[in-house]
Write a protein that binds this ligand. Structure first.
Ligand code: CP
Ligand code: NVA
Length: 311
């Protein structure tokens, strides 16, 4: 059966470890002679570049297309786009605003009996390839993935697509995740239950919990993580969001409250002065550029796992 990667919990925790292991060992030309499609239905700097370069690293040929150019569900159905791209490519990666369209593409590939994994390059619901890079970055801080279990990471801000994937990935390696978000922008009970289920499957003691105030979340954390207050597609909510999130800005004093050794993670793009200050992005505690660099490393690990090991 073809394995897709639409969210972290599409892979078992042991498989997540295997992906990270592939990322951490020298890469091989596992895509030699193969194409990889990148459907870019939303803007991107890091995701498109890191994925294209990872495909090249593995000996493959990336073909990036805009959503507008493909005309998904206007020029032809998402199902027909997926089946068409699967005629040429070994893997179909897509960034789309509606997660449901990714699910339809994966289902169309399954129904056609094609062995072409679909990879989520960010949807309104998740950003799992970012979470892989975040784990690699945290491992770099802690001295290895195995050293992460039992530590705490704080998420401050919107419990959004990036937070969901990071929450799942973090408990998958035994981390404690504490999320501080304003009312109305927190994880739902269903989201928390989903993360709890993945933590239980991992069996490494990872937990997820919510805090009302940023200061309550960051104490003792090895990393404070954040993301924009207004994600792609939420532009009309901008004024309300800016007002709600104002007390949730990550600044120097919040990092100080976390304690010695804490690092700042932000998937980028950052809106300097909104969710994060200029000062802390440029602080010695910031790991955002290592995090961006790890996107390529993580994508090599994922693609290698998908074509070599996934069953
Ligand atoms: N972090 C991230 O996914 O960046 P892009 O939106 O630029 O790809
Ligand atoms: N939450 C952001 C992440 C961008 C990489 C968004 O969805 O726009």
């Amino acid at each position: 059966m073809t394995r897709h990667f639409l969210e972290i919990d599409d892979v078992a925790p042991a498989e997540l470890a295997s992906i990270l292991q592939f990322a951490s060992t020298p890469h091989r030309r596992v895509l030699d002679g193969h194409g990889v499609a990148l459907v870019m239905g939303l803007p991107s700097a890091r995701t498109r570049n890191s994925t294209e370069m990872a495909v090249v690293d593995l000996g493959g040929h990336p073909v990036a297309m805009s959503g507008a150019e493909l005309g998904i569900d206007s020029r032809e159905t998402a199902e027909d786009v997926a089946r068409t791209l699967a005629q040429y490519h070994r893997v179909l990666c897509a960034r789309l605003p509606d997660h449901g369209v990714l699910v339809r593409m994966a289902a169309a590939i399954d129904e056609a009996g094609l062995d072409v994994p679909v990879v989520n390059l960010l949807s309104d619901q998740g950003h799992p390839v970012q979470a892989l890079a975040d784990l690699l970055t945290l491992a770099g801080v802690a001295g290895g993935i195995a050293s992460l279990a039992g530590s705490r990471v704080a998420w401050v801000g919107d419990a959004n697509n990036v937070a969901m994937s990071l929450g799942l990935a973090a408990v998958g390696v035994g981390l404690h995740v504490v999320v501080a978000s304003p009312e109305g922008y927190r994880f739902s009970q269903g989201d928390l239950a989903r993360i709890d289920r993945y933590a239980a499957a991992a069996g490494m003691g990872g937990t997820v919990s919510q805090a009302d105030h940023p200061a309550d979340a960051v104490g003792g954390a090895i990393a404070v993580c954040t993301d924009v207050w207004v994600s792609m597609g939420q532009e009309r909510e901008r004024e309300a969001r800016l007002a709600a999130f104002e007390p949730f800005r990550v600044d120097g004093s919040l990092l100080d409250a976390a304690g010695d050794g804490v690092v700042l993670l932000h998937c980028l793009p950052a809106h300097r002065g909104e969710e994060v200050t200029d000062e802390v992005l440029e602080d010695r505690r910031s790991r955002v550029w290592a995090q961006a660099a790890n996107r390529r490393v993580a994508m090599r690990g994922l693609l290698t796992w998908l074509v070599e090991e996934a069953r």
